[in-house]
Ligand binder design. Structure first.
Ligand SMILES: *Cc1c(COP(=O)(O)O)cnc(C)c1O
Length: 250
């Protein structure tokens, strides 16, 4: 504990413990305000741009769900995390835009891909997951969420709301990937309440056809209260837990 490394680590642990407590308090308060139970809303730590050591400390503090948005960065970090905490039972989520040529790699480390937005990506993930299952690189089918585009503009990722039912239907017929719900990022402009309400309606419609697809991944550091008020089942928090990121990630 007297080595400089140990001290640095301890300082970071104290910092993360404090921010985790604050984020949990916000989630609890938002749940109370919405008449929901705090354990209905999961917390996903978005560790992008931060080192694997931070994920290790957060896992020591009890977090079990982690997310990344770049495949290459994630792949290395998940391996490093595994070396740091070989016995930790955590799940890794991919939440960033994913190119089809990365499907093979993502199927080796991700438990969940939250950013599925096209039939071609779904097919690529199905093939990749099948191969990873066959080779023993994964034991379970890959859970997927359909990312819904709520700002009416293409280019930022996400399936347009009118195409969601068709994509859901298609994924539901695949064995190696499992449809678990929807994900969205609120548009930069506009009222998050309106966006999250739209997402909730899309989720409700999906659950009528596919009751297991009941997850709603919505809400980030800046808008988690609004997302929880509109039925989010998992908030994705980066800066609120880990601090500010450099504007341009490495
Ligand atoms: C970075 C990121 C987050 C976390 O955002 P913060 O504002 O740092 O909490 C959530 N979701 C996605 C898809 C992200 O890329």
């Amino acid at each position: 504990m007297t080595s400089p490394d140990g001290e640095l680590n301890e300082r970071r642990r104290v910092e993360l413990e404090k921010s985790l407590r604050e984020v949990r308090e916000r989630i609890d308060a938002a749940c109370r305000a919405a008449g929901r139970r705090p354990d209905d809303v999961g917390l996903l730590a978005v560790t992008k741009t931060f080192p694997a050591g931070d994920a290790a400390l957060l896992s020591d503090l009890g977090l079990t769900e982690f997310a990344e948005n770049r495949e290459q960065e994630a792949r290395a970090k998940v391996a490093e995390f595994g070396a740091l905490r070989p016995h930790a039972n955590v799940r890794w989520h991919m939440v960033g835009q994913l190119q089809r040529n990365k499907a093979r790699s993502v199927a080796r480390w991700a438990d969940v891909v939250e950013s599925v937005d096209s039939p071609r990506l779904a097919e690529a993930l199905q093939r990749a997951s099948a191969r990873a299952l066959e080779s023993g690189e994964r034991q379970e089918p890959l859970d997927v969420l359909i990312q819904v585009n709520l700002d009416g503009q293409s280019g930022r990722g996400g399936c347009s709301p009118e195409n969601v039912p068709r994509l859901a239907e298609m994924i539901s017929r695949m064995y190696e990937i499992r449809l678990r719900g929807v994900m969205a990022v609120a548009p930069l402009e506009g009222d998050p309440d309106v966006s999250f309400d739209t997402l909730l309606r899309i989720s409700e419609r999906m659950r009528q056809d596919f009751p297991d697809a009941d997850q709603v991944s919505a809400g980030m550091s800046g808008d988690l209260e609004s997302a929880i008020a509109h039925g989010s089942t998992r908030v994705r928090v980066g800066t609120g837990l880990l601090g500010g990121r450099p504007l341009v990630s490495p």
